[in-house]
Ligand binder design. Structure first.
Ligand SMILES: NC(=O)C1=CN([C@@H]2O[C@H](COP(=O)(O)OP(=O)(O)OC[C@H]3O[C@@H](n4cnc5c(N)ncnc54)[C@H](O)[C@@H]3O)[C@@H](O)[C@H]2O)C=CC1
Ligand SMILES: O=C(O)CCC(=O)C(=O)O
Length: 447
């Protein structure tokens, strides 16, 4: 059987065994399609059924999360942790709290995480978790009670050497604090490296908060430098206005570009003078308001309700909100309006149809598993500091992040060249990440 036929048959089986999990199917399809050339070179991977094993999570945990709101009403949510693959180290990956969360989303994120973590070169396996809990509109105490209930089940599955969760959509420093407090209370252990993204006062690391956004922009900068170009003077659009988006905007501005629009699920704001970060941070990090409030604070800016931020003309797009947020129509608009570089801050924000439009138009494209790997890499640095009871300065941590992103860029670039697909960062990232995991799995035998 040819490598291509083998891939088709494995994919068919993945769809059959995981019905209704469209995001997981999409993520698997994308990776399998691009690793065909690596399978042609390495027949040992097929013989050991490495791909079939990679597509099957090592462990999937689903649990009940009961909690009480401020009025005394009882709510039941569903919690998940998918421990995808531990070939390279303890499972590592964030927790997402959002009403859309179900097993298929957690599995797509865990699958992506596995290759992303490999690309960082750090000793971390892949996992992801979360809940269909919606923190929006909930009081501090409700969020705390939910986190405590979630950890009351999760604690038995995680640990510094087992599985180390962190944040993702809806889970930031506040939630990590409550989760950490409950873990400490239940286990009677001050196990700092059981979670990352902690506050700086209790074992958190400098630059973890900024790392995903900064890292994506460092990656964009590397891609531009290959062509003797830079972000200086570029007009940029960043979707979302959460953790990744805010620090992507900050770094674009530090490198001389101007971010003219960002969004949330209610619509987008446009500010041709450049997004004012003090206003945005206060709005989103302190007051947790909707994005439209920005235009109240900055009257020259406009708020467009319910529309796609990709209608705002830009040269560089950094999607940093959620999966499948750039549709085929958005991609056509971006290309028509002069966008030449797309760097994924979010996980799988570009639909396969949009990826094809970008490829046909010669738009340079960086996949999330490479471009947003700065977050998890900084988490691994946080684990390193926790293990050595150390704490690094901001400048040193940012320098390490910059080096890691440069290295990931170089690996993706070189692998794409090696396989005869120069400039194809998606193929480079998938093949390089896959090879790392496959080699470790071969070394460990049939487990
Ligand atoms: N936080 C991290 O370190 C990392 C996050 N990511 C990915 O980056 C993306 C953003 O995550 P965070 O910034 O951490 O989350 P966040 O919760 O801080 O922010 C999410 C943002 O996306 C917006 N959003 C969510 N759903 C949306 C929708 N359907 N339409 C428009 N906007 C929507 C929210 O309004 C918010 O502004 C996610 O795809 C996440 O998986 C990837 C790597 C690491
Ligand atoms: O920092 C981490 O462990 C996880 C980050 C994450 O969830 C991601 O890279 O998508």
């Amino acid at each position: 059987m040819s490598a291509r036929d083998k891939i088709e048959s494995i994919f068919e089986s993945v769809v059959h065994r995981n019905p209704g999990e469209s995001e997981f199917h999409q993520a698997v399809r994308e990776v399998l399609d691009s690793i065909v050339p690596a399978l042609d070179k390495h027949s040992e991977y097929a013989e050991a059924k490495i791909i079939e094993r990679i597509c099957e999570p090592e462990r999937q945990i689903i649990f009940r999360v009961p909690w009480e709101d401020d009025l005394g009403e009882v709510h039941i949510n569903r919690g998940f942790r998918v421990e995808f693959n531990s070939a390279l180290g303890p499972y590592k990956g964030g927790l997402r709290f959002h009403p859309s969360v179900y097993l298929g989303i957690v599995k797509f994120l865990g699958f992506e995480q596995l290759f992303k973590n490999a690309l960082t070169g750090m000793p971390i396996g892949g996992g992801k978790g979360g809940s269909d809990f919606d923190p929006r509109g909930r009081s501090e105490r409700e969020v705390m009670r939910f986190c405590q209930s979630f950890m009351t089940e999760l604690y038995r599955h995680i640990g510094e050497y087992t599985d180390v969760p962190a944040g993702d959509i809806g889970v930031g420093a506040r939630e990590i604090g409550y989760l950490f407090g409950q873990y400490k209370r239940i286990t009677n252990r001050y196990e700092s490296a059981v979670l990352t993204g902690k506050g700086l006062s209790y074992g958190g690391a400098q630059v973890r908060r900024e790392a995903t956004g900064y890292g994506a922009v460092f990656f964009a900068d590397e891609m531009l430098q290959v062509n003797g170009d830079s972000l200086d003077g570029k007009r940029v659009v960043v979707s979302g206005s959460g953790n990744v988006a805010i620090y992507a905007i900050e770094k674009v501005h530090q490198l001389g570009g101007t971010v003219v629009a960002c969004s949330d699920s209610s619509g987008y704001i446009r500010d041709d003078r450049g997004i004012d970060l003090e206003t945005l941070k206060h709005l989103k990090e302190v007051r947790r308001e909707r994005i439209g409030e920005y235009a109240t604070a900055r009257p020259h800016a406009s708020f467009v309700a319910g529309a796609s931020v990709w209608e705002v003309p830009c040269q560089v797009a950094i999607p940093s909100a959620t999966q499948n947020e750039i549709s085929e129509a958005d991609a056509v608009t971006l290309v028509a309006q002069g966008c030449t570089l797309v760097v994924e801050g979010a996980n799988m924000p570009t639909t396969p149809q949009a990826v094809r439009i970008f490829a046909e138009a010669g738009v340079r494209f960086a996949p999330g598993k490479a471009a947003n790997a700065g977050g998890v890499a900084a988490s691994a640095l946080e684990m390193q500091q926790n293990a050595s009871r150390d704490s690094w300065t901001f400048a040193h941590s940012e320098q390490r992040l910059r080096e890691i992103m440069r290295d990931i860029h170089a690996r993706c670039y070189a692998t794409a060249e090696e396989y005869g697909m120069p400039g194809n960062y998606a193929a480079g990232a998938n093949i390089d990440g896959f090879r790392m995991v496959a080699e470790a799995m071969l070394a460990h035998g049939l487990i």
